[in-house]
Write a protein that binds this ligand. Structure first.
Ligand code: HEC
Ligand code: HEC
Length: 215
């Protein structure tokens, strides 16, 4: 009888330990099991975003994540989860993420350096560069480089634009307020609203083409 009680007490303790470890894993505990889960998720991300995060021109343009700022990726994953940014594909993807995975996954792309996909029309690249470096003072468009950096590599919550898939950048800039900044609390996407309103379609194409060839 005593032995039975001891055994069941041990089993309960063992169970408690398992729950404790699982609970810690949810809060960022980086054990081998959580490492495996991250690698599995990463393989999933790469089926769409490319083996080296280079992006893809599919039915939906799929953005390049290679070299992207960790803080920016984390912010976007949270924006999808909180429905501040709408996209049916990424809504589904982020639905399957545990909270502890988000900062870990966000840091997995910074050190990838594939070449840009290319393929954008080249005719207005010089004009695109002028927009990036000088803005369009007559239509209240600021120089992009003031925030995105001289090499368009971004910084923290400001995204890298260099080498981004042309079709994705065009889509992002032409459907900004339809897809971002939803919900009661204003988020960082508000910073880009005046710029996206003031750029014409051909100006968007020019700056997106210029950016898509930057390494
Ligand atoms: C089924 C395809 C698919 C999978 C799998 C997928 N993505 Fe995406 N992802 C997309 C598409 C499409 C977009 C573009 C959304 C848009 O246009 O707003 C996107 C956008 C993003 C963005 C926004 C990028 C930016 O520049 O703003 C991030 C960050 C992102 N995905 C991260 C991930 C991560 C991390 C994973 C793995 C957990 C993942 N994605 C898996 C298709 C996918
Ligand atoms: C005042 C600072 C500022 C200026 C100037 C600025 N941006 Fe941005 N931009 C941002 C911030 C901040 C974000 C991230 C917003 C978010 O998290 O939703 C962003 C996001 C973007 C994105 C989305 C990237 C992605 O991967 O989805 C594009 C494209 C972009 N900017 C292009 C431009 C272009 C082109 C110009 C110049 C015409 C420009 N930006 C000028 C601050 C700026």
């Amino acid at each position: 009888m005593k032995v039975m009680r001891l055994r069941s007490a041990l089993q309960t303790a063992g169970l408690a330990l398992v729950f404790l470890v699982a609970g810690r894993a949810d809060n960022g505990f980086a054990g081998p099991a959580s490492n495996q889960q991250i690698q599995a998720k990463l393989t999933y991300c790469k089926t769409c975003h490319g083996l080296s995060g280079q992006g893809f021109r599919g039915y939906f343009p799929i953005p390049r994540l290679a070299g992207q700022q960790t803080q920016y990726i984390e912010n976007q994953l949270r924006a999808f989860i909180e429905h501040r940014r709408t996209n049916p594909v990424m809504l589904n993807v982020t639905h399957g993420l545990r909270p502890w995975m988000i900062p870990v996954l966000a840091g997995q792309f910074k050190n990838l350096h594939p070449g840009p996909l290319g393929g954008a029309p080249k005719a207005s690249i010089a004009f695109g560069r002028k927009i990036f470096e000088e803005g369009l003072p007559d239509s209240n468009v600021p120089a992009c480089f003031a925030c995105h950096g001289p090499d368009a590599k971004g910084h923290n919550e400001i995204p890298r634009l260099a080498g981004q898939v042309y079709w994705y950048t065009v889509k992002a800039l032409t459907s900004w307020t339809k897809e971002r900044g939803h919900g009661s609390a204003k988020d960082l996407s508000a910073i880009m609203v005046p710029t996206t309103h003031n750029l014409t379609h051909s100006e968007v194409e020019a700056v997106a083409a210029y950016l898509s060839y930057l390494k």
